[in-house]
Design a protein around this ligand. Structure first.
Ligand SMILES: Nc1ncnc2c1ncn2[C@@H]1O[C@H](COP(=O)(O)OP(=O)(O)OP(=O)(O)O)[C@@H](O)[C@H]1O
Length: 301
C-alpha cells in the first residue's frame, strides 16, 4: 500500500482550472519531484494532498485510506511562504505544533532539542522568531514541518533563503528522512536539487501534468545533443563539421558543442583525433534544466 496515491485530481477556482487531472504515487523512502513554471498548479496539488482544500474530482489515498483526523499527524508541510508567528518564542511555537499533531509536551520538547542541535541553532530555543535571521527562520520552519515525525512530508522550495552550507545541511537532512522511510513530495524550481534528490518526477504546465516518470527514463527519451571535448591544444574547424549546430562554449581548449544526432558526435571525434590526442570526449545526456525548458518552453505561447 503506497503512503501517498493521488489519482486524477481536478481543482477549479470559478472558471479557472488550477489542476487538471494529476496522478502520482510516492513510495516509502522516496522523494518525488513536482515541477512546473509559476502558476502551473503545484501549490494547489500540494494543498489538496494536505487536506487544506478538497479536489472537485479524483481521489487522494494515504496508506490506502481517505483523508481524516488520522492523516493530520501523518502529514508534514513546509510551505514556501514563512508561516511562523514573529513575536512568539521558537520553543513555544514548535512544541504547540507538535502537540496539535498528537505529541506529548515532553516528546515535542525532546525532539525539538534534537533538531536544534542537528541544525546548530540551540541558542535560539528561547528567542522570538523575529529575532532570527531569515535562514535560521527557515530552519525553524523546517523543524515545524518534521517535529511530529510525519510519514508523508511535503516540501515546497525547502532550500530557499539558505546559504550554500545550510543548503547542504538541509539536503543531507532530507536524504536522512528519505532513508528512514519518509515519503517526500518535493517542489522546487532548482533543477539541480531535483537531479540530486528525486527518483520520479512530474512536470506540470498550466494545470496539466505534461511529463511524468522516472528521471532516468525521461532522460533516455530525450536525444543526446551535447558533446564535451578537449584535446591537448586548439581543435580547428569544429563548427564546419556536418551535423554540428554550433560551439556553445570554448574555454582553454575545452569545447562544448551542440550536435544534431549521435552520428555527428562520432564525426566530431574523428575530426578531433585527426588533429592530435584527445583528453576528453563525452556525448552528454540532457540536463533536467534542458528537458524542463524544452517541455515547458515549447508549450508557452
Ligand atoms: N485561491 C485561488 N483562487 C483562485 N485562483 C487560484 C487560487 N489558488 C491558485 N489559483 C490559480 O491556480 C493556478 C495554479 O496556481 P498554483 O499556486 O497552484 O501554482 P504553482 O505551480 O504553485 O505556482 P508557483 O510556482 O508560482 O508557486 C494559477 O493560475 C493560480 O492563479
Amino acid at each position: 500500500m503506497k503512503p501517498l496515491a493521488v489519482e486524477g485530481v481536478v481543482k477549479h477556482y470559478g472558471d479557472k482550472t488550477a489542476v487538471n487531472g494529476v496522478s502520482l504515487e510516492v513510495a516509502e523512502g522516496e522523494i518525488y519531484g513536482l515541477l512546473g513554471a509559476n502558476g502551473a498548479g503545484k501549490t494547489t496539488t500540494m494543498r489538496m494532498v494536505l487536506g487544506l482544500i478538497f479536489p472537485d474530482s479524483g481521489t487522494i489515498r494515504y496508506f490506502g485510506k481517505g483523508y481524516g483526523k488520522e492523516q493530520l499527524s501523518m502529514l508534514g508541510y513546509l510551505p514556501e511562504e514563512r508561516g511562523m508567528y514573529p513575536k512568539i518564542k521558537v520553543s513555544d511555537q514548535i512544541v504547540y505544533l507538535g502537540q496539535l499533531r498528537g505529541m506529548s509536551r515532553k516528546d515535542a520538547e525532546d525532539n525539538l532539542g534534537r533538531w536544534l542541535k542537528r541544525f546548530e541553532i540551540e541558542e535560539y530555543r528561547d528567542k522570538k522568531v523575529e529575532e532570527l535571521s531569515k535562514g535560521n527562520q527557515q530552519k525553524i520552519q523546517f523543524i515545524a514541518a518534521v517535529i511530529h515525525r510525519p510519514r508523508i512530508l511535503i516540501l515546497d522550495e525547502a532550500f530557499s533563503g539558505l546559504d550554500p552550507v545550510n543548503v547542504e545541511l538541509l539536503k543531507a537532512t532530507v536524504k536522512e528522512l528519505r532513508d528512514g522511510g519518509t515519503s517526500i513530495l518535493f517542489s522546487t524550481h532548482r533543477m539541480e536539487h531535483v537531479e540530486e534528490l528525486c527518483r520520479n518526477i512530474a512536470i506540470m504546465h498550466r494545470s496539466n501534468p505534461v511529463l511524468q516518470g522516472s528521471l532516468k527514463q525521461i532522460k533516455g527519451r530525450f536525444p543526446r545533443e551535447r558533446v564535451v571535448l578537449a584535446g591537448e591544444g586548439p581543435i580547428q574547424g569544429l563548427e564546419k563539421i556536418p551535423g554540428v549546430k554550433g560551439v556553445v562554449r570554448h574555454e582553454n581548449d575545452d569545447y562544448e558543442l551542440k550536435v544534431a544526432n549521435p552520428e555527428a558526435a562520432q564525426s566530431v571525434l574523428s575530426h578531433a583525433l585527426a588533429q592530435g590526442p584527445i583528453r576528453k570526449f563525452e556525448l552528454m545526456e540532457p540536463t533536467l534544466n534542458e528537458i524542463f525548458i524544452q517541455t515547458v518552453g515549447d508549450r508557452h505561447e
